[in-house]
Design a protein around this ligand. Structure first.
Ligand code: B4P
Length: 197
C-alpha cells in the first residue's frame, strides 16, 4: 500500500490537488472536510455538531474525525493506498492514524506539505467564499482564526514526520498544473525509493 498525507494550511490547495492525484495514482481519497460537509448537507446529528465548530473556524473534536476516518478506512479493505487530505490536524489525530495503519500492517509513505503565503491563502479563501456557499470562507475573522488554529495545532505535527524522514515540502503557489507536476515528481521519487528497499 502507498499512503500519502497532503498537508498545508486552509486554502493551500489540498482538495484541488487531491482530486487530480487520486485519479492518477488510483488511491482512495479521504478528506475529513468533505466527509464533514456531507454530514452537514444530510443534517445528521454529527453534521449539526460539526457545523458549530467549522463556522467559528475551529477544529471539530478529535473523537469525531478519528471515528469517521476509522470507518472510511474499514470500508475500503482492498484499497491500493489512501490519500489523507486535511487529516491529521492534531497530535492526537496523528497518533490515532499511526495506530490505525499499523493494525492494518501498513504505514504512511510520505507527507507532502504545500507552502503558500498567508496573503495568497486569504485571497483564495475569500474568492471561494463568494461562490461556494461555504460559511467558513466568507468572514476574514473566521479565516484568521483558521490560520491561528493551523499554526498552533496542525503545523507542529510536521515534526513527527520529519523525525521519521517522511516529510517533504513543495511550493504551493503557481498554476494548479505546475503544483500537480511537483507533487507527482515527489511521489514518484518516494515510490521508487520504497520499491528498491
Ligand atoms: P478542509 O475541507 O480540509 O479545507 P481547507 O483546509 O479550507 O482547504 P484546502 O487546502 O483543501 O483548499 P482547496 O484545495 O479547496 O477544512 C474545512 C474545515 O473542516 C476546517 O476548518 C475544520 O473546521 C474542519 N475539519 C476538516 N478536517 C478536520 C480534522 N481532521 N480535524 C478537525 N476538524 C477538521 O483550495 C482553496 C481555494 O483555492 C479553492 O477555491 C481553489 O480553487 C483555489 N486554488 C487551489 N489551488 C490554487 C492555485 N494553484 N492557484 C489559485 N487558486 C487555487
Amino acid at each position: 500500500m502507498f499512503n500519502l498525507i497532503l498537508f498545508g494550511p486552509p486554502g493551500s490547495g489540498k482538495g484541488t490537488q487531491s482530486e487530480k492525484l487520486v485519479e492518477k495514482y488510483g488511491l482512495i481519497h479521504l478528506s475529513t472536510g468533505n466527509l464533514l460537509r456531507e454530514e452537514i448537507a444530510n443534517k445528521t446529528p454529527l453534521g449539526l455538531e460539526a457545523k458549530n465548530f467549522m463556522d467559528k473556524g475551529q477544529l471539530v473534536p478529535d473523537e469525531v474525525v478519528i471515528c469517521m476516518i476509522d470507518n472510511s478506512v474499514d470500508r475500503h479493505k482492498e484499497a491500493p493506498g489512501f490519500l489523507f487530505d486535511g487529516f491529521p490536524r492534531t497530535a492526537a489525530q496523528a497518533d490515532a492514524l499511526d495506530k490505525l495503519l499499523s493494525l492494518k500492517k501498513t504505514e504512511i509513505a510520505v507527507l507532502i506539505a504545500l507552502e503558500v503565503s498567508e496573503e495568497e491563502l486569504m485571497r483564495r479563501l475569500i474568492s471561494r467564499g463568494r461562490t461556494s456557499g461555504r460559511s467558513d470562507d466568507v468572514n476574514e475573522t473566521v479565516i484568521h482564526q483558521r490560520f491561528a488554529v493551523y499554526k498552533n495545532e496542525t503545523a507542529p505535527i510536521a515534526e513527527h514526520y520529519k523525525k521519521l524522514r517522511k516529510f517533504q515540502s513543495i511550493k504551493g503557489e503557481g498554476t494548479v498544473e505546475e503544483i500537480f507536476n511537483s507533487l507527482c515528481q515527489t511521489i514518484d521519487k518516494r515510490m521508487k525509493s520504497l520499491a528498491s528497499q
